[in-house]
Write a protein that binds this ligand. Structure first.
Ligand code: S3P
Length: 174
């Protein structure tokens, strides 16, 4: 297979739930003329059911298998801004496949800011508990080193969405 010389690298946004990957990714794609893709939407399309339904009917292991297949499909494309699911970092193969496709950026936020953004959300089965802040802290503690190991970090807490987008545009060389 030949790679077209005008291929544009992907921008892949990582980070915990509620760090703004989707909102930032949409703006970023618009700014740079890239195509926005939300991995969770692709998973829902493939599975033919919502994420809470996949977790409830088939379990998290099955969800991670579908997620892995979607990573492999998207990593073979170019010109995309990809908003990954927060758990994509759990499989090192996901990070290396996506790393070959473009710029990897991790969005970070404090547990309190994350809580304020996901408090009323019913589409995230891992946060469907009474003590959401406790769950966010526990999941973050388990994953923080994986997020920190990604090549570029943007702390979204003190920034507007425009500010986050501007930092990533700079990193991309746009
Ligand atoms: C998950 C994050 C979610 C979604 C699923 C699992 C996680 O994506 O993939 O609920 O393990 O952190 P967002 O980060 O887009 O909410």
């Amino acid at each position: 297979m030949t790679t077209p010389t005008n291929a544009r690298p992907n921008i892949v946004l990582f980070g915990f739930m509620g760090t703004g990957k989707t909102a930032v990714g949409q703006r970023l794609a618009e700014t740079l003329g890239l195509v926005f893709t939300d991995m969770d939407d692709v998973i829902v399309e493939r599975a033919g059911k919502s994420i809470p339904e996949i977790f409830a009917d088939d379990g998290e292991t099955r969800f991670r298998e579908i997620e892995r297949a979607v990573v492999q499909a998207l990593a073979g494309r170019d010109g995309l801004v990809i908003a990954t699911g927060g758990g994509v970092v759990l499989n090192p193969g996901n990070v290396s496949d996506l790393g070959r496709s473009g710029l990897l950026v991790c969005l970070q936020a404090t547990p309190e800011v994350i809580l304020s953004r996901v408090a009323h959300d019913t589409n995230r089965p891992l946060l469907a508990v009474d003590d959401k802040l406790g769950r966010i802290r526990a999941l973050l503690a388990a994953r923080q080193s994986l997020y920190d190991a990604l090549p570029h970090q943007v702390d979204t807490t003190p920034l507007t969405q425009e500010g986050v987008v501007a930092q990533i545009v700079d990193l991309y060389g746009g």
